[in-house]
Design a binder for this molecule. Sequence first.
Ligand code: GLP
Length: 240
Amino acid sequence: EVIIAPEYELSTLVADAIERLVREEPSSVLGLATGSSPLSVYDELTQRHEQDGLSFAGVRGFMLDEYVGLPASHPQCYRNVIDAEFVSRVDFAEGAVQGPDGTAEDLRAASADYDHAIAEAGGIDLQILGIGTDGHLAFNEPGSSLSSRTRVKTLARQTRIDNARFFDDDVDAVPQHCLTQGLGTILEARHLVLIATGGHKAEAVHQMVEGPVSSMWPATVLQMHPHVTILVDDAAASRL
Ligand code: GLP
């Protein structure tokens, strides 16, 4: 399903879907994404928590990805970003939100443990997603296996340029490696909800929705999932 609407309506729609899920099943499992795209959804959910008592006390969360090579205290560690943007603003229980451990000595083992933890939790009910300008999902850069599991990846130059804005515009300060859920891991979530806004996402959105399924545009793998909602503004939809 592709929904084209102004940005504020998109975040309301996503927040509505999450609120429905959490009120129906208070022990739901959410997949959380970093990046700018879901920020207004987190703001909306925080507001509903404060004003309407929407509670995340029984909800568990799994993050999509994490940088490798940043100290755990670095403000741009996705763990710290998601805490600041959402987790600490609502009432998640201590330890209820997990991310891949980018500081682990054995990154392979940490990746396998992470997939295992998601499975143990019963899988993800609703996964929030953004999309990179090169069509990446989480940090699955072009060329990623469509059935990949959580693993170490090297970030594409374009992604490091795109994310330099979080590192004082210094591309060299952006880590070169990351841990990311694989495309196969992401496809196991029961409902995928992707948000994309702005003209710089138009080509990636076009490929994702209308292009042939190809590892060169990793988000095209969503065409193989039975329940995907794609929410885009006019600019991001301009090539559809
Ligand atoms: C990063 C994240 C992705 C995110 C993408 C788009 O690379 N790892 O999960 O979807 O950026 O970010 P934004 O929403 O800021 O455009």
